[in-house]
Structures are given as structure tokens and as C-alpha cells.
Design a protein around this ligand. Structure first.
Ligand code: IPE
Ligand code: IPE
Ligand code: MG
Length: 259
């Protein structure tokens, strides 16, 4: 990122979150507040996606996962689901140059087979084209549910045990993680949810175990680059103790105090 961005917010580029995940919420309310149909909120929200992806890449965040459509969102009215799928399709087509040109690898987690064929194909093409890109991973959570993913992983593990290629004693955290859709990605360091809701809504349940949680009342269509920078600055001000004490994390200097 530019010197001015990092200086303005005092972001330490050596202590960036390795994985930022965002629950992009509030498109509908953003629209309603303006007397617009919900889809206008989703449309505006797609602009935030563009800006935030670009900003994350500029800052140097290695992995960005965006919750774009949950397994539970299939239960919304048919016309809203159709409009969201159309927007997703357009996004994948329109962002092709942006993603490839910026050395971004596109990934996706969720029950992708439930997506309309056109969307699935467009997604597959860009994922393949970008598969060797290395500067950032942009992971879209589509038709995604954390519990569903854990259940699916458990079925796969059970199947291997049944086949005799895996012993129950071999099932540890690393193995479970390797069966999740996010296998290969680092654990989430920073979770952001917009729109003031303070819940996880079935997002990345396992992967968020030690994430720093940041809730903002800003609606997703209003969440832009300065908001992402502010979130990273807030992340860097937190002390992550992982069960230890503060003193353990910051041992006194060797020459401090006598014995
Ligand atoms: C987030 O905004 C987008 C999706 C869930 C697809 P919402 O559509 O949930 O907006 P609100 O929560 O109704 O305001
Ligand atoms: C979570 O938002 C899903 C996405 C942002 C894609 P929702 O708006 O669907 O969540 P709830 O229904 O308020 O929990
Ligand atoms: Mg919502």
C-alpha cells in the first residue's frame, strides 16, 4: 500500500492478518433506507467488493474470504436469489482482468453444485485461469454453511475409516482441517461483519476459532477502503493471548529487576 495510507492509520505492514474474512451484510437495509429495491443494495454492495478486494491486495493481505451467499440464503424469495446469481455471474465475468492482472488466485468454498450452471462454469474458468497466481487468494463463500461443511468433512473422514485407510487415533485437528473446504488456507485472523448484526450466521465455524471479531454498524454498500484500513488498524491494536497471560506474551527484559 502507499506510504500515506499506512502512515495515516499507523498500519504495521509486518503484522498484517494472514486471513481476513468478511460477512458482507446490510445490502437490503441500505436500500430500504433509501427507498430502493433490495437488489439496488446488492448492486452497490458489488462495488464495495471491488474496492475492498483491490484495497486488500494493495495492503498485502494474503487471503481474503468473502461471504457472498449462504446455504440458508437459498430460502430467500426466488427473484432475489435469481438477482444475486445474476450479479455473481456478472462479477466473475467483469473482474477477470482485475483478478488476473493483479496476480490474484480465485477460490470458492460451499456447495457449488447448487449454483446455476452458467455461474458454476464462469467461476470454474476463472479459478482455473488464476490457479497459479500468488499475490493474494480471493475466496468466495457461495452456497456456504459452516455446519454443512463440517458434516461433509466428517462423512469423508468416516468413509476412510470404514475403508480401513484411516485409524480413529489418527484424527486430530490438522486432519479435520484438511477435510474442510478451506483446507490449505491459514486460519482466519480477522473477521469483519458489517450492518451491526453480531452473529456468525453459520460462517467458517471451525476456521474462526481464534479470529479477532470486529463488528461495525456500517452497511456493506458503504464499507470501502478506509473502513478496511481502519479494521486492520483495530486488529493490530488487539492483544492475542491464545489462552496465555499478558505477562507471558511480553516477558520483562532480561536485565529488568533483580532476583
Ligand atoms: C447481505 O445483505 C447480502 C446477502 C446476504 C446475500 P442482506 O441482503 O442480508 O441485507 P440485510 O441484512 O437484509 O440488510
Ligand atoms: C449472512 O448474512 C450471509 C451473507 C452475508 C452472505 P444474512 O443476512 O443471510 O444473515 P442472517 O440471516 O441475518 O443471520
Ligand atoms: Mg442480512
Amino acid at each position: 500500500m502507499s506510504e500515506s495510507d499506512s502512515a495515516a492509520l499507523a498500519i504495521d505492514v509486518h503484522a498484517l492478518p494472514r486471513h481476513v474474512a468478511i460477512i458482507m451484510d446490510g445490502n437490503g437495509r441500505w436500500a430500504r433506507q433509501r427507498g430502493l429495491p433490495r437488489i439496488e443494495g446488492h448492486r452497490k454492495g458489488a462495488e464495495s467488493v471491488r474496492e475492498v478486494v483491490r484495497a486488500a491486495r494493495a495492503i498485502g493481505i494474503p487471503v481474503l474470504t468473502l461471504f457472498a451467499f449462504s446455504e440458508q440464503n437459498w430460502d430467500r424469495p426466488r427473484d432475489e436469489v435469481d438477482a444475486l446469481m445474476e450479479l455473481l455471474y456478472r462479477y466473475v465475468l467483469d473482474e477477470r482482468e482485475e483478478i488476473l492482472g493483479n496476480d490474484i488466485r480465485l477460490a470458492a468454498v460451499g456447495e457449488l453444485e447448487r449454483l446455476p450452471l452458467l455461474v458454476r462454469e464462469a467461476l470454474g474458468v476463472l479459478m482455473k485461469l488464476s490457479s497459479a497466481r500468488q499475490s493474494m487468494v480471493l475466496c468466495l463463500a457461495l452456497s456456504y454453511g459452516g455446519r454443512e461443511d463440517l458434516a461433509r468433512a466428517t462423512r469423508s473422514i468416516a468413509e476412510r475409516v470404514r475403508q480401513g485407510t484411516l485409524q480413529p487415533e489418527q484424527i486430530d485437528e490438522a486432519l479435520v482441517g484438511s477435510y474442510l473446504a478451506t483446507a490449505g488456507l491459514p486460519p482466519v485472523d480477522l473477521l469483519i461483519r458489517t450492518s451491526g448484526e453480531m452473529r456468525l450466521s453459520n460462517f467458517l465455524l471451525w476456521e474462526l476459532a481464534y479470529a479477532e471479531l470486529l463488528f461495525t454498524s456500517t452497511m456493506w454498500p458503504d464499507f470501502r477502503k478506509p473502513d478496511l484500513l481502519a479494521a486492520v488498524a483495530e486488529f493490530q491494536s488487539r492483544e492475542r493471548r491464545y489462552g496465555r497471560t499478558s505477562a507471558q506474551l511480553r516477558p520483562p527484559a532480561a536485565d529488568a529487576g533483580g532476583s
